[in-house]
Design a protein around this ligand. Structure first.
Ligand code: ANZ
Ligand code: ZN
Length: 864
């Protein structure tokens, strides 16, 4: 065999064998239990980054371990191929998004292949392929039939200069990202999916999922089920009696209301603005601000008094109405009762505008101060009503019961359950997406494209130029005939949100060539036994996927209601950052690979210089690898220089899968060195390893026993770590094994062969190429078959047994030392050893022993 470990030769050879034998093609006919492990499909952005490498390696390690442990495993791969970056790249380079996308896919696929991933490529999916998105269209039409999809007007960002709709992320400080024009809100017809119909089920089914608690809580908050009271403040306007309705989860604080706040879009705000130009201007400002719900807690609270009053339904007091930028039109009633003493947002609001505040809940042991907010003021769990008339003394539940009953008796309110979850708007006024299969006919209206005409194929040769959707300008696409009446008609030019594409792709992996959306193979592989991806998908992608799965189940297409039994959210990959700042305060970031760092005697970084000019750069701290901080490391450089096995080993060893991983050049070097040692051991003992026979248990010497014991002890731990997905300590286990092998002087070849064979198998899932090569070259294939399906090593219980044991030595019941004795030492030998022990001699002070108590295997107590 090769004297030196040459990763590129080894990897090319081993990958060639895998390809030739179609090693990772999975079938549904196995008698073994199935295991379906899936990485969230990548966006084909151009090339792999370290986050991809980490994600897929975790998946691959799991695949290989489980396959050796008797499972029928499938690891698929696909491409989330629609979306805006392709349109942006097209605009920048003048090439159609399709070409850019397919080129990127080809390149990234080669990179994945060079990583040696156990992917069944026969199941590859690109979501921009008509044979895939046909089924998006098909299910959309089924949903339309069943009323799960529907049409209504929605608000979009309109760029009046570029004459185009912009995505939220293309609006920067209220202006279009390209044109700089002030963005307008426009109401246009759009399609929605009724995810709210599944809200209860989406919430309740979280419980049974093996997902990180954090992700479940995020989903739970997003769905946001709130129990409260909906009631109205009576008022009169234009001679009409009305109610200003609010939703509150804290009806117990109703006697503490000092104002009401309504959203800028609230109909009452619109009405009041008719008479007040200043109010109208403020409302416009609020609308432009367009707050995302996530920012409401932290944004600056702004408001304006309207001079209009409503009546408190229980006290008859007059309460002034304000417009508040923190009130969302899309939640509850778009209006709130302001209780500044017990709601943090209301508190900040009255502090700013000098409004009154009234404490109505007392908390034991807390004195209330109007000066500063304290989180206990908002606590409902152990408060008691005060300053609340007949409700005084009641706790939260009792107060809400009484107040809800009173409001209901007055006919102005009732209990209500409110959800944060909104229906999912899927229409995008963009080119590079799944066409919505609808035809607009002047006489028949909106006509679904007949099933036989699906898919509505997206033309792949258009180039967007930033001024609206190119589909809308393509006569060939737009003009068609009405399927119902045959008259000239126009095709819908909106496409679907790309979250649709990723809502069910995993089910298609199981049956990629099916002539239906899914088939029986989907029920075989699904649900995913393990799904792996970033925490950034904790909410939308996973929620939409769960929704689509339930819809497909209810249509009888599949027999499961959740897409993923288990979820692993892998940690981010971090790296150091370095920058220089110019006089204007503008920072230029330098890639860590282009920088030399100096360290103090404790190894802490103290300074850095740029390699190009030798001048200092500033250490900017450790952050997530990103383009903006220029601190990414291209995994291709790593693979080219050290090989895929080293890249894989480093990423698995540097941190447990769910923790953050810090890039380290020294860590990569260390990983590479370790693999060279593994190789050198095999190469150095080649003849002995190949020639060795079977182990004769009767012939084992001390060195043999010690080596076997160490390797099997470590195997036991490694096995446990594999099962709990703690791959970093699996790697340390293999390092311990190699240390033991290198140190085992005088062990017989048969024992070396056995224990080295254990090391190769434990290391194999992480480092598949080098281990496969060594496995072959050292003759293990003849004994166990190819490594991919070799039996996982079993812990030899006998090897763990120790020849010697340790007994605690006590004198008069106090621990004084320990005795190391043969495991089968007789009582007589134990007593002799105890009496002879120096501590026993010292503490018995010459007195004769009265009695000696021996607890076998544990202790010996000398009583004097
Ligand atoms: C009075 C009150 C007093 C409130 C108090 C809270 C604490 P969740 O739990 O998320 O459902 N709210 C209602 N509609 C709103 C809207 N459209 N925009 C902004 N805030 C709104 O939150 C319910 C609470 O959020 C409601 O209870 C209301 O403030 C506010 F000590 O009413 B509360
Ligand atoms: Zn028609």
């Amino acid at each position: 065999m090769q004297e030196k470990y040459a990763p590129s030769d080894v990897e090319a050879a081993v990958q060639g064998q895998w390809r030739a034998s179609d090693a990772y093609k999975a079938t549904e006919t196995s008698s073994k239990p199935k295991f379906f492990c899936v990485s969230m499909l990548p966006y084909p952005s151009g090339k792999l980054h370290m986050g991809h490498v980490r994600n897929y390696t975790i998946n691959d390690v799991m695949y290989r371990y489980l396959r050796m442990n008797g499972h029928n495993v499938l690891m698929p791969m696909g491409w989330d191929a629609f979306g805006m970056p392709a349109e942006n790249a097209a605009m920048a380079n003048g090439v159609p998004p399709a070409k850019w996308t397919y080129d990127n896919i080809a390149y990234m696929k080669r990179q994945m292949q060079s990583m040696g991933l156990a992917i069944d490529w026969s199941r590859e999916i690109a979501t921009c392929d008509p044979s895939y998105y046909k089924w998006n269209q098909w299910l959309f039409l089924k949903m339309l039939e069943k009323g799960i999809a529907y049409k209504k007007t929605g608000t979009v960002n309109w760029d009046p200069v570029d004459q185009t709709v912009l995505a939220n992320e293309q609006v920067i400080d209220g202006r279009g990202w390209r044109s700089g024009a002030l963005i307008e809100k426009r109401e246009i017809p759009m399609y929605y999916m009724r995810i709210t119909q599944y809200a209860d089920e989406l919430l309740n089914d979280l419980e049974g999922l093996g997902w990180p608690e954090r992700v479940k809580i995020m989903q739970q908050n997003w769905i946001g089920k709130s129990f409260g009271v909906n009631f109205g403040f009576p008022y009169e306007i234009d001679g009409e009696k009305k109610l200003l309705r609010v939703f509150t989860t804290r009806a117990d604080t109703i006697m503490g209301v000092t104002f009401c706040a309504i959203a800028a879009e609230h109909p009452l705000a619109t009405r009041l603005a008719q008479d007040q130009p200043a109010l109208a201007a403020f409302i416009d400002e609020c609308k432009r601000g367009g707050v995302a719900e996530a920012d409401v807690a932290t944004m600056e609270k702004k408001g304006m008094a309207t001079g209009f009053y409503v009546t408190h339904p229980l006290t008859q007091e007059q309460v002034e109405v304000w417009i508040g930028n923190y009130v969302l039109m899309s939640y509850g009633e778009g209006a709130v009762m302001g209780v500044p003493a017990h709601d943090e947002r209301d508190f900040a609001f009255v502090k700013k505008y000098g409004l009154p505040l009234k404490q109505v809940v007392a908390h034991p042991g807390m004195t209330f101060s109007a000066e500063a907010w304290h989180e206990s003021y908002g606590d409902k769990t152990n408060g008691v009503c005060i300053n609340s008339g007949k409700y005084d003394g009641l706790g939260f539940e009792a107060a809400v019961d009484a107040i809800a009953a009173d409001l209901s008796a007055l006919g102005v309110g009732e209990r209500q359950v409110t959800w944060r979850l909104r229906d999912w708007g899927i229409s995008r006024q963009r080119y590079w997406g799944t066409p919505i299969p609808i035809i607009h006919c002047p006489s028949c209206g909106d006509v679904p494209v007949p099933e036989k005409d699906l898919p509505v194929v997206l033309p792949e040769d258009l180039v967007p130029d930033g001024t609206g959707n190119p589909l809308a300008k393509s006569a060939a696409f737009v003009n068609c005939t009405c399927p119902t009446c045959g008259a000239p008609a126009k095709r819908e030019t909106d496409t679907m949100d790309t979250f649709v594409d990723s809502s069910w792709y995993f089910s298609r992996y199981a049956a990629p060539d099916a002539s239906t959306m899914v088939d029986a193979r989907t029920d075989y592989w699904m649900p995913m036994d393990q799904y792996i991806g970033g925490i950034e998908h904790a909410i939308l992608h996973l929620l939409y996927s769960r929704f689509w799965t339930k819809v497909m189940r209810d249509m009888g297409l599949i027999n499961f209601g959740e897409p993923a039994k288990n979820l692993l959210t892998q940690g981010m990959v971090l790296n150091e950052t370095y920058y220089r700042e110019n006089a204007a305060g503008k920072k230029t970031w330098y890639n860590p690979l282009d920088v030399t760092v100096t360290h103090d005697e404790k190894g802490r970084p103290v300074g850095a210089t740029l390699n190009a000019d030798g001048q200092p750069v500033v250490l900017g701290g450790i952050e997530k690898m990103s383009k903006s901080k220029n601190n990414g490391v291209d995994p291709q450089l790593l693979i080219d220089q050290y090989g895929a096995d080293t890249a894989r080993l480093f990423t698995m060893f540097a941190a447990p899968p769910e923790q953050q991983l810090e890039w380290s050049g020294a860590g990569v070097e260390g990983a590479s060195r370790f693999l060279r040692r593994v190789w050198a051991f095999g190469q150095g003992h080649e003849a002995a390893l190949r020639a060795a026979g079977r182990i004769d248990p009767a012939q084992l010497g001390e060195a043999d026993k010690a080596l076997r014991r160490e390797v099997y002890l470590v195997l036991k731990q490694a096995d446990f770590d594999y099962q709990r997905l703690q791959y970093n300590t699996v790697v340390s286990a293999t390092m311990k094994m190699l240390n033991a092998l290198e140190a085992a002087k005088g062990a017989q070849p048969a024992v070396l062969r056995e224990t080295y064979g254990v090391l190769l198998r434990v290391l194999y899932p992480v480092v598949p190429h080098a281990t496969c090569q060594l496995w072959q070259e050292l003759g293990y294939v003849e004994e166990f078959g190819p490594l991919l399906d070799a039996p996982w090593p079993q812990v030899d219980a006998q090897a763990l047994e120790q020849a010697e044991i340790e007994l605690v030595l006590q004198v008069n019941g106090r621990v004084r030392g320990a005795l190391t004795l043969a495991k089968d030492a007789s009582r007589e030998v134990i007593e002799q050893a105890a009496l002879a022990h120096e501590m026993c001699v010292k503490f018995s002070e010459g007195r004769a022993p009265k009695k000696i108590i021996v607890v076998p295997g544990r202790l010996v107590n000398v009583v004097v």
